[in-house]
Design a protein around this ligand. Structure first.
Ligand code: CP3
Length: 365
């Protein structure tokens, strides 16, 4: 599939030679030099694309995640349009939780809403283990996508125990995570039982994706930044470590991402990541000082910058590429997901600019 609209013949040749494992994205995750700095965008599938909105107009979110032909089409849309260096599976962090038996829905404009929030030991029992047979549509979609994508790597993903627990305990999105923290501080035994189960579900879900052929995985702990480092280490790190260390033998790079995690970057790396995602609050050179030289970084353009005039975007892209050079590997991305109001053409221009600036650097270097 010819996806890289900015690619040179030499670059395409190199990708074809080795398949996804030799792609610029996987090379950067593994801290190996590549032909250019790879770029993809969190939440690139869906959100800002009119071709996505057209498909989704008549299909509810969770149903679209369970139809392999739709998952395949939506996952491919941003690759075709922008020439990004990686695809991310179209799904949602609550898909495996629903498969595990929790009654929930994704409400347009709101997010995940849980019918009966989890508050007691009996509630925790409702989160049961999953196998491939609970998510056959994910297995099928990944297998199809790996064929369609050719040399372009596919990223699988899951939500981390803390972020999933937050939705399950609160019953929906929350600014303060107050009920979640009340359980964490007030009944640590129950908290650890819940997170232990969620870690099992997450690990199984990622293993299904890896066995079906994804080239890398990202663990989204979007709301971990709500915690101090001490509490993160005590209440969350063991569970995220169980997920990431459970994938050591799988042989694919593991990306660990959260928002507002400046104080947690070191710990999130320690959980067992090859790449640590960094939001826009911490410059990548500072971040890599906190994470250490044995991990790559991913990020960290503020998604709101994409709404500004192009010269502003260009200045920020240049700054991030420069600061990213301090890291042993850099995957260009946003600091959080694409905002729905983003002009898709700006995303395409950012991809071309990142490729152009980083290829020139390689030629000169
Ligand atoms: O990155 C991608 O393009 C792949 C698809 C993807 C979705 N959700 C599709 C989606 C991914 C990677 C996610 C992850 C996700 N889901 C996270 C972690 C990443 C992050 O943004 O922090 C979280 C916290 C969720 C939970 C969730 N799902 C929220 C908060 C929402 C509502 C807000 C929103 O983004 O619109 C969803 C719904 C959702 N997940 C939509 C999509 C395309 C919108 C569905 C709709 O209403 O049309």
């Amino acid at each position: 599939m010819s996806t890289d609209t900015t690619g040179t013949a030499a670059r395409d040749g190199e990708q074809r030679a080795g398949g996804p494992a030799d792609s610029p994205f996987i090379r950067a995750c593994r801290r190996r030099p590549g032909p250019h700095t790879p770029v993809w965008f969190m939440r690139q599938a869906g959100r800002s694309l009119p071709e996505y909105r057209e498909i989704r107009a008549s299909v509810p979110m969770l149903e679209s995640c369970r139809r392999p032909e739709l998952v395949t089409e939506i996952t491919l849309q941003p690759v075709r349009r922008h020439g990004v260096d990686a695809a991310i599976l179209f799904s949602d962090i609550v898909v495996p939780v629903a498969a595990a038996g929790v009654d929930l829905d994704i409400v347009p404009g709101t997010g995940p809403v849980v019918a009966e929030p989890i508050r007691t030991a009996a509630d925790v029992e409702r989160v049961r283990p999953i196998t491939r047979d609970d998510v056959p549509y994910v297995d099928e979609a990944v297998r199809q996508l790996v064929i369609e994508l050719g040399d372009t790597p596919l990223i699988g993903f899951a939500g981390a125990p803390f972020t999933l627990a937050s939705y399950l305990v609160e019953g929906g999105p929350s600014r303060t995570h107050a009920k979640t923290k009340a359980m964490m501080y007030g009944d640590p035994e129950l908290w650890h039982a819940l997170c232990g189960r969620l870690a099992e579900v997450t690990l199984a879900f990622l293993r299904v994706q890896i066995e079906a052929g994804v080239s890398a995985v990202q663990l989204f702990d979007s709301w971990a930044g709500a915690l101090s480092e001490a509490d993160y280490r005590r209440y969350v790190l063991p569970h995220s470590t169980a997920v990431l260390s459970g994938l050591v033998d799988a042989g694919v790079p593991r990306i660990h991402f959260g928002v507002g995690t400046a104080e947690l970057l070191g710990a999130m790396g320690e959980a067992g990541a090859d790449v640590v995602g960094v939001d826009w609050r911490t410059p990548l050179d500072v971040a890599t000082g906190r994470i250490g030289p044995d991990k790559a970084v991913q990020g960290n353009l503020d998604p709101s910058v994409l709404l500004a005039p192009w010269p502003v975007v260009e200045t920020e892209v240049r700054r991030i590429l420069d600061q990213g050079r301090a890291a042993p590997g850099h995957v260009f991305n946003l600091g959080h997901g694409v905002l729905p109001e983003t002009d898709p053409d700006v995303l395409t221009r950012v991809v071309a600019l990142v490729h152009e600036l980083s290829s020139r650097r390689a030629d000169q270097g």
